[in-house]
Design a protein around this ligand. Structure first.
Ligand SMILES: Cc1cc2nc3c(=O)[nH]c(=O)nc-3n(C[C@H](O)[C@H](O)[C@H](O)COP(=O)(O)OP(=O)(O)OC[C@H]3O[C@@H](n4cnc5c(N)ncnc54)[C@H](O)[C@@H]3O)c2cc1C
Length: 417
């Protein structure tokens, strides 16, 4: 008997595409509609500030599936179209303000939207942001040898673009409100390692500084003015001051929203036929006994399939340890775990990052109340699973030998009693 149901996925990016793939892999034979407002088929964003921006990886490598995959798998891929309204009672989403589309189950995979700065000169001077492949193309065209690049915001996107700009031969200054890059996420110790890494590659920092206005001529930026009045020249300004979850549709449908679309551990929203995953979802994680919103690639990669299974009625408990990675210059790092800003009482290093500031090699652990909350491996590989086991152990009440945590001669696997 044929399945007459329609499953609609809004958000044609990594989480949405992976959910569609899983629906088919799990044997769903009904209609799948994957709606996205961008005109490119689903692609992964990490290369946009790394390999693709550096011209080391071709565009094709960023796509989640090849162009024929959607037709082959009978997925209606509707691109360049925005879902503008949700009527959860009537089970419809409206596309581009006109056409209502009926669904039996709906997945919100609407991701994040970039925060824009609203300052004098913000408009019409070519100030760059980086979320889409089109924006990565525009930035790449700007990153010429000798260009004066100013990065506003020393978060992951700011630092990765700073690194890419240096590799392209640009002069780079990073302006940051805080006293160190990534300080809220990593704390002073590891934030200091990233400051040293970038300084060692010739990046200048202006900490404890905000931007007050941008100035330019003929539609091109020429400088910015900091809050203390200092004028910094720039041919290219890239702003990376964070993102916000794209919750507009959920709000329109009257779903519970609280820093993201609220879901249970089965990625189900406050409406039983609507699910959410990826950047936009604030999901209850049973391991952490709380809701967490994770703005990282692995959460889209794994959350999409988990949500698809939940849409098919499978019993899902999405309890993954949050994970992300970054590449800057020759430094590759992975981070597993979750720490609130300032929410640790001890930082333990394996290896001394100061030994080689241009390319440090270390593992760092964030510890609180005798538990490993998170670990970062930088230029150290094949330890992620072990670090995640230590993080899980802490949350499951299993003891970890913290006295030997910093001893590189003790295998991480030996720290669990
Ligand atoms: C430049 C860059 C580099 C990154 N690097 C890393 C990294 O190194 N490591 C890491 O872990 N993470 C990284 N990330 C984060 C990672 O890419 C995101 O976590 C991931 O893209 C989230 O996927 P998603 O599918 O949930 O949402 P998104 O990728 O945000 O996609 C959501 C899609 O939904 C569309 N949409 C939204 N609302 C609607 C609507 N109403 N109708 C139709 N379409 C809609 C959006 O246009 C978008 O295409 C990076 C992100 C960026 C931007």
């Amino acid at each position: 008997m044929s399945d007459e149901r329609t499953f609609v996925i809004v958000g044609a990016s990594l989480a949405g595409a992976k959910a569609a793939e899983t629906l088919r892999a799990e044997g769903f034979t009904g209609r799948i509609v994957l709606v996205g407002e961008e005109t490119d088929r689903p692609y992964e964003r990490p290369p946009l500030s790394k390999g693709y921006l550096l011209d080391k990886e071709p565009r094709d490598k960023a796509y989640v599936h090849d162009a024929t995959w959607y037709a082959t798998n009978d997925i209606d891929l509707v691109l360049g179209v925005q879902a503008t309204a949700l009527d959860a009672k009537a089970h419809t989403v409206t596309l581009d303000n006109v056409e209502p589309l009926r669904y039996d189950k709906l997945l919100l995979a609407t991701g994040s939207r970039v925060r824009h700065l609203d300052l004098p000169g913000s408009e019409n001077l070519g100030i760059r942001y980086l979320r889409t492949i089109t924006e990565s193309d525009a930035l790449k065209a700007d990153l010429n040898e000798g260009a004066q690049v100013l990065v506003v915001g020393a978060g992951w996107i700011g630092l990765e673009t700073a690194a890419a700009a240096r590799v392209h031969g640009a002069t780079v200054t990073v302006v940051e409100m805080d006293t160190l890059p990534l300080r809220r996420v990593l704390g002073d110790e590891v934030a200091g390692v990233f400051a040293d890494l970038h300084r060692a590659h010739g990046v200048g920092f202006r900490f404890s500084s905000g931007v007050q206005e941008f100035g330019g001529l003929g539609g091109r930026v020429t400088h910015c003015v900091l809050s203390d009045g200092t004028e910094l020249p720039a041919d290219v300004i890239i702003v990376g001051v964070g993102i916000r979850p794209a919750t507009e549709l959920a709000e329109d449908g009257g779903l519970e929203v609280d820093n993201g679309v609220v879901t249970d551990a089965g990625l189900r929203t406050s409406n039983p036929d609507v699910f959410a995953c990826g950047d936009v979802a604030s999901s209850y994680n049973p391991l952490f006994s709380r809701r967490i919103r994770v703005e990282h690639w692995a959460n889209a990669l794994n959350g999409g399939p988990a949500a698809a299974k939940a849409m098919l009625g499978q019993d899902i408990a999405y309890d993954r340890v949050p994970y992300f990675f970054s590449d800057q210059y020759d430094l590759g790092m992975e981070y597993s775990g979750y720490v609130e800003p300032g929410g640790y009482d001890r930082l333990v290093f394996r290896g001394d990052p100061a030994t080689e500031p241009t390319n440090p090699q270390f593992v760092a652990f964030w510890v609180k109340d005798g538990r490993v909350l998170a670990g970062m491996n930088a230029n150290v590989w094949d330890v992620t699973e072990q670090i995640q086991t230590l993080v899980r152990a802490g949350h499951e009440g299993r003891a970890v030998d913290l006295d030997r945590l910093g001893d590189p001669d003790v295998p991480l696997g030996d720290l669990l009693s």
